[in-house]
Ligand binder design. Structure first.
Ligand code: HEM
Length: 517
């Protein structure tokens, strides 16, 4: 009897587990898919269980990776960075459904559709795809990038003031210091006879240092340890093939997952110790003007206690700033150096502008008002973000049924917005879409794009990037210092393979040849 009841419990347990798995992996996604289909979204590549379209995506990516690299430096990158989307678009148009494992995604590369879909949706009503949450948890925790609903409103409300121009102003000197040490290192390398430098690696590490300083203060002993562990975690998470959306996908790289989890815990402990140390500091001490310092200061404003960020939330925001902020900005700078290396006339234009606005004597005292006057540099930045958008896509999940004309995007639909495709769409930008022409941003913040939703380097709506002013400042400071000390050209060793590893990056680095000015 006892044996029978134990057996019954085991069987019941198994049925429940299988039932739950079936519900999550089959019934729920297919429910959304059937709703999408019945609402008119019928087009898209045929999926195969359990990989969906992942196999096809990997194959077309490998075909590109293992084909002989083109010697031509073309800015027409959509078909190399996203060969599968480029192929599917030819058959299914600019709005269709594809599958990551057992999860259907609504693909959008049509700005008019996006405009209609997002018109009545507030920032707090957007979700982020549940299917990515496990993957991103060690990096962002429940920071601003991931939170939803009223919690997002609270976080956004508390975090936004930290990025105000007045607060960012105090960070300029930290940025000048980090960039200057990088450039001193380059000078030593050049003096020792090495003229070729892989700037991608150099700039990513300097931008990491800048973000760590501006986020949680590298001056703290633990700050440097956090920085090193965050970098190791990123490499651990993204160096292996991931199987997003595939049943049991997270168990396919157990070693990597365990390592990332362990690093995640160590980072949290270190950040907690920094936060505790700083919260316990006597109030009379000078408040620190990094992002964590500003959030801690805000937390102590009277009447805010209930809404203030908890220590766990502060830890997650610090990680979010680090991961959301350093690589994107570094890649914007990296792609800029590539384009300036092949367009020396623009190096000259920018150097002249720097001379007029800042002059040699002021380089170590660059301030925000000077940066605002670097207009041409602003056009160059926009043009680079258009051609080589470091954030190549925006992902959302519908948390309610959304009406687009007579179609319904059902609650729960995963959404993938292909920013690279829209930034390279001839119908939106004209014949010269793939040419580097910063002047297109001279009199028009949309660069002459014939649709206001066609240029989205920082996303759109209420969830638009909170760090864009910080990027703008860091970009202009670092580029000003580089251009003031060196001229550069492309190394013959450069191989043009823009690829996606979360962000859009040059697969084989960016070797440039430098000459001091
Ligand atoms: C070139 C540099 C950058 C690019 C291209 C970029 C791009 C983006 C994009 C596309 C989004 C998603 C917006 C959406 O869902 O509509 C985003 C959100 C976000 N970014 Fe950035 N970003 C950059 C720099 C930064 C920096 C420097 C920080 C912070 C230090 C930062 C922090 C964030 C945060 C916290 C969010 C989430 C905002 C929210 O959901 O409310 N980003 N960014």
């Amino acid at each position: 009897m006892e044996y029978l009841s134990s057996l019954l419990i085991i069987i019941l347990g198994l049925v429940l587990i299988v039932g739950r798995l079936l519900y999550c992996w089959w019934i729920l996604p297919h429910f959304v898919y059937r709703k999408l289909k019945s609402n008119g979204f019928i087009s898209g590549p045929k999926p195969h269980f359990p990989l969906g379209n992942l196999d096809e995506m990997k194959k077309s990516k490998n075909d590109i990776l293992y084909s002989s690299p083109s010697s031509l430096l073309s800015n027409d990158i959509h078909s190399t960075a996203f060969p599968y989307f480029s192929l599917w678009q030819k058959v299914h148009g600019k709005v269709f459904i594809y599958w990551l494992g057992t999860e259907p995604f609504l693909y959008i590369a049509d700005p008019e559709f996006l405009k209609k879909m997002s018109a009545d949706i507030k920032g707090k009503s957007w979700g982020k795809p549940n299917v990515f949450k496990h993957d991103r948890e060690p990096m962002f925790g429940n920071g601003l990038v991931m939170v939803e609903g009223e919690e997002w409103v609270r976080h956004r409300h508390l975090v936004t003031p930290a990025f105000s121009p007045a607060n960012l102003k105090a960070m300029a000197s930290l940025m000048v210091d980090s960039a200057t040490s990088m450039l001193d290192r380059w000078t030593s390398l050049i003096d020792s006879g090495q003229q070729e430098i892989d700037v991608e690696r150099e700039i990513i590490s300097t931008a990491g240092e800048i973000i760590a300083k501006t986020s949680f203060g590298l001056s703290y002993e633990n700050g440097r340890k956090v920085f090193e562990k965050l970098r190791t975690m990123q490499i651990t998470l993204f160096k292996s093939n991931r199987f997003v959306g595939v049943p049991f996908g997270k168990f396919l790289n157990p070693k990597q997952n365990l390592k990332a989890k362990k690093l995640g815990k160590e980072i949290d402990t270190l950040l907690r110790s920094i936060i505790t140390e700083r919260s316990n500091k006597p109030r009379s001490g000078k408040p620190e003007k990094d992002l964590l310092g500003l959030l801690l200061e805000d937390n102590t404003v009277e009447g805010r206690e209930k809404k203030a960020l908890t220590t766990k939330e502060l830890v997650d925001e610090c990680k979010t700033f680090f991961f959301g902020g350093h690589e994107t900005t570094a890649l914007a700078l990296t792609w800029t150096l590539l384009l300036l290396a092949v367009h020396p006339e623009w190096q000259k234009e920018l150097r002249e502008e720097i001379g007029e606005v800042i002059g040699d004597g002021q380089l170590t005292n660059i301030d925000v008002t000077m940066l605002a006057r670097l207009k041409k540099m602003g056009w160059v930045m926009n043009e680079v973000l258009r051609l080589y958008s470091p954030a190549p896509n925006v992902q959302r999940q519908a948390r309610q049924d959304i009406l687009v004309d007579d179609l319904v995007v059902p609650n729960g639909t995963n959404i993938w917005i292909d920013v690279v495709s829209m930034h390279h769409d001839q119908k939106l930008w004209g014949q010269d879409v793939n040419e580097f022409k910063p002047e297109r941003f001279k009199d028009d913040i949309f660069g002459g794009c014939n649709h206001k939703m066609g240029f989205l380097p920082f996303g759109f709506g209420g969830r638009m990037c909170v760090g864009r002013n910080l990027t703008n400042m860091e970009y202009k400071i670092v580029l000003t210092l580089i251009l003031s000390r060196f001229s550069f050209s492309l190394s013959p060793n450069y191989c043009h393979t823009p690829s996606i590893l979360l962000s859009l990056r040059p697969m084989h680095g960016l070797p440039l040849i430098f000459k001091p000015i």
